[in-house]
Design a protein around this ligand. Structure first.
Ligand SMILES: C[S@@+](CC[C@H](N)C(=O)[O-])C[C@H]1O[C@@H](n2cnc3c(N)ncnc32)[C@H](O)[C@@H]1O
Length: 289
């Protein structure tokens, strides 16, 4: 028998009928509107890198990408960062996310890895980027806390040591914001590849995945292949097209190859794309593809 939202405490969730919860006035968002039909990407964009700003992804037709997974530049002084003001920085992200909305197929998802920054004051980029996504018409689906290190990490910026004068939080996590376009469900169904244990772990809101070594990968801020790999297996079918508009060293492309998906990537630094191409070639050899 289906359960309903409990009026006292928390109820069980199996076969849950949440319609009473979604009828409450808290939920003011418009009903999803599918925004057209998914389209097949042209063969010549499959598995390609583009040295260009992803503010313009004109090589990609509308409604062709199943998942966008990315880690944008954080504008914190890495070798590829400009020193943008907050408005300029959010403007860049908004333009890329708007292009992403265009190329994403209805029912497709975005997964954006962001870290919150600074302490004086704290910049909650996860809130800012969630606001951008919502304002651009994406349907927000949730937020994954990516725990990068257990307990005390490498940071010793604790402010005042053992004193209430000015203790400072040391982040051991980042976020992955998840949103859909037009429909909560994928409209085009294909062949899944996720196994039971991975599905159980991937649908929890906290993921424990160790960070990648910048030195070993050869990029200032790579994410571990495990992160895009889990997102790809959770949100896409075999043969789908995965976009990373800030491709860097190509971790998302490697994950796409390892899981039998296609990729397309953008970066403004050709050297990073050369590195990405080498990593993808190695992944193909390892996968026997
Ligand atoms: C945080 S890094 C991404 C790292 C990547 N996830 C990896 O695993 O290597 C952000 C990347 O965005 C690129 N970038 C910065 N501005 C860009 C733009 N306007 N269009 C495309 N790429 C850009 C930078 O060169 C950098 O490689």
């Amino acid at each position: 028998m289906a359960t309903e939202t409990a009026s006292f405490g928390a109820g069980k969730r199996e076969g849950h009928d949440a319609s009473a919860f979604y009828r409450r006035r808290l939920h003011t968002a418009a009903e999803p509107a599918p925004l057209g039909e998914p389209a097949s990407p042209p063969e010549d964009v499959l598995d390609t890198f583009h040295c260009a700003s992803s503010e313009d992804m004109g090589v990609l037709p509308d409604n062709t990408v199943a998942l966008m997974v990315t880690s944008p530049p954080y504008n914190v002084g890495k070798e590829y960062d400009d020193d943008l003001s907050q408005d300029e920085y959010l403007g860049l992200l908004a333009r890329v996310l708007e292009e992403t909305h265009r190329v994403l197929e209805p029912g497709g998802r975005v997964a954006v890895n962001v870290a919150n920054l600074g302490r004086k004051p704290y910049l909650p980029l996860n809130h800012m980027v969630a606001g951008l996504l919502r304002d651009l018409g994406f349907l927000l689906r949730g937020e994954i806390v990516w725990q990068k290190a257990q307990g005390a990490g490498g940071s010793c910026a604790w402010g005042s040591w053992q004193s209430a004068k000015n203790p400072t939080l040391r982040d051991v996590h980042e976020y992955v914001l998840v949103a859909s376009k037009g429909s909560y469900r994928r409209m085009r169904i294909g062949e899944d590849s996720i196994d039971r244990d991975e599905f159980l772990a991937a649908t929890l809101s906290v993921w424990n995945i160790p960070p990648a070594s910048a030195r070993r990968v050869g990029h200032p801020a790579p994410f571990p292949v495990e992160l895009p790999r889990r997102l790809i297996e959770l949100y896409t079918f075999r043969g789908d097209l995965v976009l990373d508009p800030f491709m860097g060293s190509g971790s998302a492309a490697v994950a796409a190859v390892e899981t039998g998906r296609h990729f397309v990537g953008f970066d403004t630094v050709q050297g990073y794309l050369d590195l990405a191409a080498r990593r993808v070639a190695e992944a193909r050899v390892a996968a026997g593809a």
